[in-house]
Design a protein. Sequence first.
Length: 179
Amino acid sequence: MNETKTEKEKPGEASPSPARGLGASEERSERSERAPHGPPESNWSEPITMRVEYGKIREFARAIKDANPAYAGDAALAPPTFLMTIAHWIEGGMGGARSLKLDYSRLLHGEQEFEYLKPIRPGDVLTARGRTKDVFEKEGKRGGKMLFVITETEFTNQRGEVAAYSRSTLIQTEGAVQG
């Protein structure tokens, strides 16, 4: 994963299927409401492209202390959370959520989801692009408003196939997060 380059062309827009729900964000309670700044118009970030390297898969597997034999040998697979090593390089980061000017002292990482459509192996060239899918507010159970930001990163392989999605839920609390 040593190679990083920004590309000006955007891969073909893949429309997510209805089966790929985002969990709680789609099932808002009566107490939730759209944040005044609302979500961006599903603008994708500039894509970045990286080559998946066998050595980086092995390093990552060791770093997360996972000795699964699937992460070794000629047909090695990338561990599920390996995609985050690419996603953090996207301009604007966090699926474009940085443009929302969030206060990091009040930010929680609420949820992370990975959806694999194709295996990711050494030699694959992945193009990643991120976006903010949704932004809404909810009243917290202990009082105070919470801002929810749903981000999505799409990973396309060298054949133009969508290989995976990564989705995150970020929560900005009304007061600073303690401990």
